[in-house]
Structures are given as C-alpha cells and as structure tokens.
Design a protein around this ligand. Structure first.
Ligand SMILES: [Zn+2]
Length: 104
C-alpha cells in the first residue's frame, strides 16, 4: 500500500484513493491504520473500485438522513464497520470472507 503526503488533506485524517493513502502528515499512520486501509482496498477490489465509492457515499447519505449526525453516519457505513471492527487483527485479511462488509 502506498502512503503519500498531501497538504490538502486535514490533519489526522487520510483518504484512500484506489489503494493510495493520502495524508497531510504520515507520522501518525500506524500498523492498525494501514490494516484498516488494506481492508478498504479489499472492499474496493470486490466492488470494482468505482462501486465502492458510489455505495460508500450513498450509504453515508442514507445514514446521515436517518441519524442527522455526519460522524455517526460515517462510523455506521458497512465498509467502515468492517474496517474499524477488524483493523487491530493483522491476520484478518487472510481469513476474510468476500463481501464481509455485508455479512454479520
Ligand atoms: Zn475507513
């Protein structure tokens, strides 16, 4: 996974664009964050990349309308629930089922 410094990204925030992680400062990016982004990369591959971004934004909008809270909406997106739920498990991607973001 490629991690690139980008001054346009807010501090303590990163954006995963097709497997390239952009961050203003990369010093805070640890193994757990890299694993989180690798989980997103697996999700992107399964949804043919463009599908990931379309579904991600649509789900965020639906959840924003239902919760009225942008952070709660973000954390409850299926892709994020899976990534946050397993980012500390460094072996997760070896045992992950396809489309795990939609399985319970
Ligand atoms: Zn994420």
């Amino acid at each position: 996974m490629l991690i690139v410094r980008c001054p346009l990204i807010p501090r303590k925030f990163c954006v995963n664009l097709f497997g390239v992680v952009l961050a203003k400062d990369t010093s805070w990016i640890d193994a757990e964050i890299v694993n989180h982004e690798k989980i997103h990369l697996a999700q992107m591959r399964e949804t043919l990349f463009v599908g990931f971004y379309i579904l991600y934004v649509l789900e965020w909008l639906v959840r924003l309308l239902s919760t009225g809270d942008s952070f709660k909406a973000y954390r409850s997106i299926s892709f994020e629930r899976e990534a946050y739920g397993h980012s500390s498990d460094m072996d997760y991607l070896k045992k992950r089922c396809h489309f795990a973001q939609w399985r319970r």
